[in-house]
Design a binder for this molecule. Structure first.
Ligand code: ADP
Length: 642
């Protein structure tokens, strides 16, 4: 099988096969032609001979001389291949015949329809016997094929000889050609066999030698092979050099890569630290920082923001989660409200309100700007909690208003004071002068003296008020608490109250004392002089602002304090005035219009005294119907009581 696959087998087998097939086909066609020629030739020869015989036999037939006719027929013996012949009359009677064995057969002859008939073995030929254009009978001849067969056999032998000779010739020729053309190819093929993936071409392989008697194409092949082997050697050399160079580059590259990797790692570490620092700064800034990407996902929310907005445990993921509830309360439709680049520095910060998780409003000063954070573009919403600032601002406004009010009150006090001081002083100075310089009647003198005394008392009381107030303001007013017999205390108030009211002769006033029937708190501890000062101040005001009706003084004993009240049915106090009447130097316009006397210090002193002992002072009033002032004295602690 292997041999059949070889180049030699592939070359020889087709050539020989093809030559032999060609030879067989040629012999077959030539044989056929030869056979046909032999047959045609025999038929023609026989036809010509028979026509000649028919001509010769016509006379004996016409003249009925069978011996003559037989003699003519016997001439056929010389022709060899005519085995028998017979002459028939036109009536079909046998006239004469030639050929012993066939005579019997021919005696029963029926004239042939065809003039020539042939089967495998014999050839029948009928030839008309004509004399002077009249047919007198038929010459029937039979030719034997045996003669032809021998000729054919001869031809076959000759062809076979040629066939064998040609086959041998073609094999010889093939071998000669094979030697001439195939040998160098086989040599190259053998050399190729030596080449394997491991073959080194550095030591050159033996070149294939070209012989001058070989064809030019083979020379190309041999030269090509030799050139290829040489090129391979050259290439291998180059490859070795290239590999060495590559290895060197590779080694250098590895070192470079290691160096670059370490540089890169260092840079990365630096960057990481930088970002960590940046993150730490953002994380620990005492301002709220919320960083979000452009899809509004929260990237960072620092501790301050989380604490201030109340998201310590679960930081929100998206700004929209907290936008409407926590930030952007004022800009719901523009969240986040990014400040454009052309905004001036002053406009960049805006006041706004955030809401903490409990819904408390947090006043803030905020800025929303795009920045780069950890090498990414983000939006930064930074805010400063200005709650303290706002509170301080409010306090400042209040303080300012208070200062302005105080200033206004002081101016009014000074104006008032000059009037309040000058009035009694004028009276004192004027009446004292008259008393000294003029000789007056005793009655008049007494009257003037009492006027001087009255105004002196007024002036003294005013000066005492001012002194009390300054002591209260400087917190130097000392209290002298001691056990008080409540019944005696109330009795004293009642007596003095009635006397005070009875002095207002021009008014129709009554005094009433209301004492809690369940009063058990009988020996409280307080500075009775100061409490009396408060009560008489309130009673004095009630008297001053009430023209008719009842002025009631009462006391109620509560669980932890004593509650006193002074009730009148006077002009009452408007809602706006209710707070302000406790301010120092405050006198209502209505009071001034009706020329009610007073300094505007009484209630301020009262409130200060009550608050100093831990109680409270307040009022209930209705314009035109009257006013009730309440104050409490807390029960002393067990320590004080002891
Ligand atoms: P004065 O000594 O000038 O009365 P007060 O401080 O005692 O100063 O009172 C301040 C102001 O409070 C009075 O000017 C008056 O307008 C109002 N007021 C005080 N008590 C009464 C009251 N019983 N009824 C109506 N107004 C009162």
């Amino acid at each position: 099988m292997k041999k059949l696959n070889s180049l030699r087998a592939k070359l020889i087998i087709p050539i020989i096969s093809f030559s032999l097939i060609l030879l067989i086909v040629t012999i077959f066609f030539l044989g056929q032609r030869q056979l046909s020629f032999i047959r045609t030739h025999a038929t023609t020869q026989m036809t010509v001979a028979m026509q000649l015989i028919a001509e010769y036999v016509s006379v004996p037939l016409v003249f009925n001389e069978p011996e003559e006719a037989h003699e003519v027929l016997s001439k056929l013996e010389t022709m060899g291949f005519i085995s028998s012949a017979a002459v028939y009359t036109t009536e079909g009677e046998l006239f004469t015949y030639f050929g012993g064995d066939s005579g019997l057969y021919l005696s029963n002859y029926e004239p042939y329809i065809k003039s020539i008939a042939r089967d495998d073995e014999v050839l029948h030929l009928e030839t008309p016997i004509v004399y002077k254009d009249v047919r007198y009978g038929t010459l029937l001849s039979i030719a034997d094929n045996a003669n032809q067969k021998s000729v054919i056999h001869e031809s076959v032998v000759i062809f076979l000889f040629f066939f064998i000779a040609m086959a041998i010739l073609s094999v010889i020729l093939t071998l000669i050609f094979e030697g001439k053309f195939l040998q160098p190819i086989l040599l190259i093929a053998q050399n190729f066999k030596k080449i394997s993936p491991q073959t080194s071409f550095i030591v050159p392989l033996d070149p294939v030698v070209f012989k001058s008697d070989q064809s030019k194409e083979l020379k190309y092949l041999v030269d090509g092979y030799n050139q290829m082997v040489m090129n391979l050697g050259y290439r291998e050399q180059k490859q070795i050099e290239a590999e060495a160079a590559l290895k060197e580059i590779n080694d250098n590259l590895e070192v470079k890569i290691i160096n670059r990797t370490s540089e890169l790692n260092q840079a990365h570490e630096k960057l990481r630290k930088l970002f960590q620092n940046e993150r730490n700064i953002v994380k620990n800034l005492p301002y709220g920082i919320i960083l979000m990407d452009y899809k509004l996902n929260i990237v960072e929310m620092n501790d301050f923001a989380r604490k201030r907005l109340g998201y310590v445990d679960s930081p929100p993921q998206k700004i929209s989660d907290i936008c409407k509830v926590a930030v952007c309360l004022e800009n719901i439709n523009a969240c986040p409200h990014i400040i454009s680049d052309d905004t001036t520095q002053n406009e960049k910060s805006m006041q706004s309100y955030f809401s903490d998780i409990h819904g408390n409003e947090v006043p803030v000063l905020k800025t929303v700007i795009p920045i780069e954070y950890n090498e990414k573009k983000v939006i930064m919403e930074a805010f400063v909690d200005i709650s303290d600032l706002k509170e301080t601002q409010l306090e400042l406004i209040k303080a300012k208003e208070k200062a302005e009010e105080s200033d206004r009150l002081k101016s009014s006090f000074l104006a008032n004071m000059s009037h309040e001081i000058r009035t009694p002083l004028n009276a004192i100075v004027g009446f004292t002068g008259i008393l000294i310089s003029e000789d007056l009647e005793d009655e008049v003198k007494d009257e003037y003296r009492s006027i001087v005394e009255f105004n002196t008392d007024n002036l003294l009381s005013l000066i005492e008020d001012i002194l009390d107030l300054s002591k209260l303001e400087s917190k130097t007013l000392s209290m002298k608490p001691k056990e008080v017999d409540l019944l005696v205390f109330l009795n004293d108030i009642s007596e003095n109250g009635e006397m005070l009211i009875s002095q207002a002769e021009d008014k129709e006033l009554k005094f009433a004392l209301e004492v809690d029937p369940l009063l058990t708190y009988e020996t409280p501890i307080f500075d009775s002089a100061r409490i009396k000062q408060v009560i008489f101040n309130l009673l004095g005001n009630a008297l001053k602002f009430t023209d008719e009706g009842t002025i009631t003084f009462g006391v109620v004993c509560n669980e932890d304090n004593l509650l006193f009240y002074v009730k009148d049915e006077g002009i009452g106090i408007s809602d706006e005035e209710k707070e302000r009447i406790f301010d120092r130097f405050y006198k209502s316009n209505r009071s001034m219009n009706k020329l009610y006397r007073g300094t505007g210090l009484g209630l301020a002193i009262c409130k200060n005294i009550i608050e100093l002992i831990g109680g409270e002072l307040w009022l209930e009033s209705e314009l035109g119907k009257g006013t009730t002032f309440f104050f409490t004295i807390p029960k002393p602690t067990s320590e004080l009581a002891e």
